[in-house]
Design a protein around this ligand. Structure first.
Ligand code: C2E
Ligand code: CA
Ligand code: CA
Length: 570
């Protein structure tokens, strides 16, 4: 980004360019304005343009006559407005014609000064005000811009959209969110610089569309936004923005996904409008073709449902509506599968809505900062259960609990888990902490230091969903992890896809080399189990053995295991 000081003349005198074909007018204006500003002169539009091009960063304001030989004021305004560099310089039009005033404002002048110049104070006031407004604006945009594309960031886009709404209360507007499909693949294939160029190319299209249609364009956190007068032709919009974004003809196609909240209801605020566009965008599959989706009544119902859930969390915790279920994990290294541990998985048994699966509320709680509260509850219940089983059966069943990516940012996390284990008299190494693979890519330095510290307290760390994100096998070498949990998607395909099977073999081999144990989850058939065993996998979790069950049902697995191990011993 340009340093602000080079864009705005903050520390030196400002220049005003006076453009008029009549000597007497130039002199009069120069006399008035010269008391406060340095002055440059031009006799026509052509001369003015030359001076502007050579001094674009020095000139703070142009005073422009309309009727001139060679190049008149209208023509110059037109050129300035479409010039990427010069359009920021404010122009005040000098005119005696009423019609010209309006026309020049339409062409982009910020103000006008009527001839004759008989009120120097009024002229000075207008000059000062126009300069100040333009400077404030460029100061703002220098800090409120997305650094890569120069588009407004979201916050600033909201300000503009709000202002637009106040000025045009009856105009129907659409909020649009736009994303590039599989951008990480483009970056991987051709390098980040290439990806950046694609982003800028798209930004230019979005900006042009906004300018041509009287809308606003923005970009925040990698996502693009448009706020535009309502259009029914979304195909044309998508086509215009997404047409050939790649840099060379032989490169892979680059496609877009777009979410549109049509005729946005502004009464809930701009943030909500763009959230809706974004949610619609998320429903579009990240595929090989460009496509779009609308915010609709179904999504609105989901919003209301989510709000209801969020509003009831505290009651639900207090009333014990959350239940912790346990799914057994079996070690398959020996002759017969041996119960080795369990994973704690939460369920919400809602008095009115019935059984709610964690997929419906965990991501919601993560987004709204409630997940830690729920996770602490689950950890506590899990530790309690381990103590109860220890008392009842004389053995400790190790339990894995899920640690949300958001929990990692909690400063007191480690103390919290330690005191929960201590309160129930459970050794730390009986607690396994499952952290999803993608959390490691969010902020790897931070998570590595948290995980190192947890491990030095004796907790064991499982990397959950391995293979679902973008981390590589080579990355494993640098991560402090005890157990590798292979993502279900691989397991699902091993019986049909030779490639997935080879992939799993490789994961298991690398994990073993790093001294990690491997767990495969989502195992549903004997066939899958046999292949995994053949590949050297240590532990299996899945419907093949059992779905997650309430603690009292889980006891049958403990009892069966005790029975079988007794028989094996005798
Ligand atoms: P996860 O940690 O990957 O958990 C495994 C999910 O796979 C569970 O879904 C489990 O019921 C399911 N599953 C187990 N075996 C099979 C199988 O053979 N076939 C199939 N198709 N599925 C199987 P669930 O219980 O619906 O949980 C979904 C996700 O919600 C979990 O994925 C985890 O990310 C999250 N979650 C669940 N409980 C908690 C919790 O207490 N705290 C946090 N932070 N997240 C949780
Ligand atoms: Ca898990
Ligand atoms: Ca998992």
């Amino acid at each position: 980004m340009e340093p602000i000081a080079s864009k705005v003349n903050v520390n030196h005198r400002r220049y005003v360019l006076i453009v008029d074909d009549e000597e007497i007018n130039r002199q009069m204006l120069g006399f008035i304005v010269g008391s406060e500003y340095d002055v440059m002169y031009a006799e026509n539009g052509r001369q003015a343009l030359e001076i502007l091009r050579a001094n674009s960063y020095r000139i703070s304001l142009v005073l422009l006559d309309i009727l001139m030989p060679e190049m008149d004021g209208r023509e110059l305004l037109d050129i300035l407005r479409s010039d990427s560099e010069l359009h920021r310089i404010p122009v005040i039009v000098l005119t005696a014609e009423k019609d010209a005033e309006i026309e020049s404002l339409r062409l982009g002048a910020v103000d006008f000064i009527p001839k004759p110049y008989d009120m120097p104070d009024v002229i000075m006031a207008r000059v000062r005000r126009s300069i100040k407004l333009a400077e404030d604006n460029s100061l703002l945009s220098a800090t409120e811009q997305d650094s890569m594309t120069g588009l407004y960031n979201k916050g600033f886009l909201y300000v503009y959209a709000d202002m637009h709404g106040r000025l045009n209360p009856d105009m129907d507007m659409d909020a649009v969110a736009i994303d590039i499909n599989r951008l990480h693949i483009v970056n991987d294939l051709y390098g980040r610089a290439y990806g950046d160029q694609v982003i800028r190319r798209l930004a230019g299209r979005i900006k042009r569309y906004a300018d041509e249609h009287g809308g606003y364009a923005g970009r925040s956190d990698g996502e693009f936004y448009l706020y535009i007068p309502h259009t029914d032709d979304c195909d044309a919009l998508l086509e215009e923005l997404g047409k050939d974004l790649r840099l060379n003809d032989d490169d892979i196609q680059i496609t877009l996904r777009m979410g549109i909240y049509q005729n946005a209801d502004r009464s809930t605020g701009m943030e909500a409008c763009f959230d809706r566009a974004e949610n619609a965008c998320k429903t579009v599959r990240n595929t090989y073709a460009s496509s779009y989706s609308f915010y609709d009544s179904k999504m609105h119902e989901k919003e209301l449902y989510d709000e209801q859930l969020l509003g009831e969390v505290d009651t639900a915790l207090a009333e014990g509506q959350f239940k912790v279920y346990f799914q057994p994990k079996y070690n398959i290294r020996g002759g017969r599968p041996v119960l080795s541990s369990a994973e704690a998985l939460v369920r919400w048994i809602h008095p009115a809505l019935g059984f709610i699966s964690p997929g419906a509320f965990i991501p919601l709680f993560e987004k709204n900062g409630l997940i830690l509260k729920l996770d602490k509850y689950v950890w506590k219940k899990s530790a309690e259960q381990m103590r109860i089983w220890k008392e009842k059966y004389g053995v400790v069943i190790p339990v894995s609990v899920n640690i949300s990516r958001m929990d990692i940012y909690e400063p007191g996390l480690e103390d919290e888990i330690r005191s929960i284990a201590a309160a129930e008299g459970i050794a730390n190494d009986a607690f396994l902490l499952e952290i999803t693979e993608s959390a490691y890519t969010d902020n790897s330095d931070h998570i590595i230091s948290v995980v190192n510290s947890l491990r030095s307290s004796g907790f064991r760390i499982e990397m959950d969903d391995f293979g679902s994100g973008y981390s590589s096998l080579s990355m494993l070498a640098s991560l402090p992890v005890d157990v590798l949990k292979i993502d279900m998607a691989f397991v699902r395909n091993i019986t049909t896809s030779e490639k997935d099977y080879r992939m799993i073999r490789l994961m298991i081999e690398v994990a073993g080399f790093m001294g990690m144990t491997t767990v495969a989850e989502g195992v549903e058939t004997k066939e899958q189990l046999d292949l995994l065993k053949q590949a050297g996998c240590d532990v299996i979790q899945g419907y093949y053995f059992s779905k997650p069950v309430p603690p009292d049902e889980f006891e049958q697995f403990i009892e069966k295991e005790m029975e079988e191990s007794k028989n094996a011993d005798s």
